[in-house]
Design a protein around this ligand. Sequence first.
Ligand SMILES: [Zn+2]
Length: 348
Amino acid sequence: MSSLSILPIWLIATYVFLFGLCIGSFLNVVILRGLSGEDFVLQRSKCPKCGNKLKWYMNIPLLSYIFLKGKCGFCKTRISIQYPIIELLTALLFMSVYIKFGLTLKAFFLIIIISTFIVLAMTDILETVILTNHAYFLIATGLIYSVLSLSGITIKESILAGIAGFVIFEIISRLGYFFAGMRIFGEGDSYITAGIGAVFGFKGLVIVVALSFLIQSALALPIITINAFKDKKTKLGISYILVTISIIYIILTNALNLTSSNFYTVSVLIMAGILIYCLKNVIAEIHSKKKLFEAENSGNETKNDDEEFEKGKNIFLLMPFGPALIIASVICIFYLAEIKNILKSVII
Ligand SMILES: [Zn+2]
C-alpha cells in the first residue's frame, strides 16, 4: 500500500474503475451461465443468437457496446442493455469502495461481497431465481470476512446472525400460510438473509432487513398502484396513493423536526387509520384473487412450494424481494455507521 500511495488518488481510482468494468463483464457471464446451467465460465464468449465466437475487440467492457451500437458484430441482433449497465454499476461500486476504504484487505473483501450481491440480484430480477451456490458463496465470504476481523463482528456473531437471518426470514415467509395460504418470500431470500447476517452481524441484519422493506415498498407501490387502476380497482388504487402520501408526509415532518408537536401526533393517527383501511382492501383483494386462481386451477392437486410461490406472485403482483435486500445491503456497506447514528438520535 505504501508504495502505491505515491500515485495520485484519481489515477488509482481510474484503475479501480477499469478493473471494475472487467469484473462486471465477468459477472455478466457468471449470471448468464448460472441461469443457463453452463459450467464453463472461462469459455470464450459467443453471441447467444448466431453462435459466433466474439472477437477480442467485440468483448471490451462498455466500449464494445457503445461502438457496436448495442448490436452483435456478426448478425446485428440487439444486445441486452443489461451488459453495459452491470459493467458500469460494478465499476462505480468498486470505485466507491476504494474511495471510502482505500486499498485495504477490507476493501478487497467488500468488492467480492458486492460482486456476489450483483450476481444474486440479477438472477433474481431476470428469472426470479436465486442459485444456492451463489448464496453459499456469500455466506462463506461473510464468515471469512469476520474470521479476519474485517467486519467489526466476531466469528461467533457472524455464524449466529447468519442462522438468525435464515430462521427469521423463513418464519416471516411461512407466516404467509396463515393469512394468504402461501409463502411470502421465496426460499432464496432466506439464504440471502443468512449471508447478510454473516456479513453484518445482528444489528446490521436488523437494519438491512428493515431498510429492504422500505425499498421494496418504494419500488412496488407505483407498480401495484398503476396495476390497480388498470384492473379498474379504483378503491385499491386510491388507498395505495394515500399510503404513499402518508409515508412521504411522515418522512418530511421528521426531516422538518415536527415530530414533537400535537399536529404531528394527530396526523400520525390519521395515517394509521388510512393504513388499516388500505390493509383491509389489500386482504380483500388477495382473497378474491386467490378464489379466482383456485377456480382456474381446481383440477390440479399436486403442489409444491415453488408452485405455491408462483401462485403468490400472481396474487401479490409483487416483484422478487432479493433485489431490495441487496440494495439495502449495498447501502449499509457504505453507510451503516451513519444509519446507526440516525437511529440512535431518533430513538433516544
Ligand atoms: Zn450474433
